[in-house]
Design a protein around this ligand. Structure first.
Ligand code: PEP
Ligand code: MN
Length: 327
């Protein structure tokens, strides 16, 4: 942590600040740094609580952190990839399925066909966060039997979004990966509950959130017991035709800093199946560890996000795309 002083601060005041910092951060090692002080701690998470008090000391201009101090567990070195239930380490991982589970027969037919086309896991959304309260909100609990049947039929792991902490226990009994959607990246009670479920957690980056906010949400998961985390970039919701679609730079930075596997969701950024296929290929070329992709046997019949859902032929082509990541 770097503590910057206001300019021309008297020597005596500098010494007082140093004493106050030592009191606020017992055990920290203080050293002089250009324009202020540098503080090091063996448990950098302690900085989070002390920083506002240090910033409030008269004469202090600013307090700044290194990444590893902001997200100590998320940014700690060490291999954080995993091979089960998502098979990282053998090439890109494809999680595919319709946006929402809509009815049993069509979901099962898509699940079987997607497995044959190269899917490693199924999108299995039964709770849908929708912008309009009048739009289809997912099948809810009746959908659980359908996704459980798809798992029995295909043997593929289920990736399911939890939108409320109260859903977590019942979903975790059946599903293999709990998805935290973009809208809920900052739902800290949901993060804590999902972290304690014992299941792997897929954490999407919220629209227009920063790398720091994304990794701090991963930090919540790690601090509350999650052992397997996968990040997923879904892009920022800009008006059609404007702004970046997927942020490959933020994906690379997240992967480098955290060591966590990072997927791309080309579907929600693209809003059309042609663009989704193009973005999928770009994401794999940019080093994504895999894709979370809306794909189904009958995209034209989909009630939700059909326009951006790719068909089986396109999915087969995407799943065959070579990629540079092999972890
Ligand atoms: C989804 O993947 O089903 C979804 C709702 O996406 P997002 O959270 O990125 O909007
Ligand atoms: Mn969707």
């Amino acid at each position: 942590m770097k503590i910057s002083f206001q300019s021309s601060l008297p020597r005596a005041r500098r010494a007082e600040i140093a004493r106050a910092v030592s009191g606020l951060l017992p055990g920290c090692r203080l050293s002089a740094a250009a324009g202020g002080l540098s503080a090091a701690l063996s448990r950098p998470e302690k900085f989070a609580d002390a920083a506002p008090a240090i910033e409030n000391l008269p004469g202090v201009l600013a307090v700044t952190f290194a990444d590893a101090e902001l997200c100590p567990r998320a940014c700690a070195p060490g291999k954080k990839s995993f091979s089960s239930p998502l098979p990282f380490g053998r090439g890109p991982v494809f999680i595919a399925g319709p946006c929402a589970v809509e009815d049993g027969l069509s979901y099962l037919a898509s699940a079987a066909a997607l497995k044959a086309a190269g899917a490693h896991a199924l999108r299995a959304a039964i709770f849908k966060p929708r912008s309009s309260p009048y739009a289809f909100q997912g099948l809810g609990w009746p959908g659980l039997r359908i996704i459980a049947a798809a798992k029995r039929l295909t043997g593929l792991p289920l990736v399911t979004e939890a939108t409320d902490p109260r859903q977590v226990g019942r979903l975790a009994a059946v599903c293999d990966v709990l998805q935290i959607g973009a809208r809920n990246m900052r739902s800290y009670e949901l993060l804590k509950e999902a972290a304690g479920s014992g299941r792997a957690v897929l954490l999407k980056r919220a629209m227009r959130s920063t790398l720091r906010e994304w990794l701090l949400s991963a930090e919540y998961l790690l601090a509350h017991g999650a052992k397997k985390i996968v990040l997923c970039e879904r892009g920022d919701a800009y008006p059609a035709g404007r702004g970046p679609l997927l942020d490959f730079k933020i994906m690379a930075a997240a992967r480098k800093l955290s060591g966590l596997p990072v997927l791309a969701d080309p579907s929600h950024a693209a809003r059309s199946r042609e663009k989704a296929a193009e973005l999928a290929a770009q994401a794999l070329r940019a080093g994504a560890d895999g894709l979370l992709l809306e794909a189904s046997a009958e995209p034209l019949a989909a009630r939700v996000d059909g326009r951006q859902t790719v068909d089986l032929k396109t999915f087969r082509a995407i799943a065959g795309t070579p990629c540079k990541n092999r972890r």
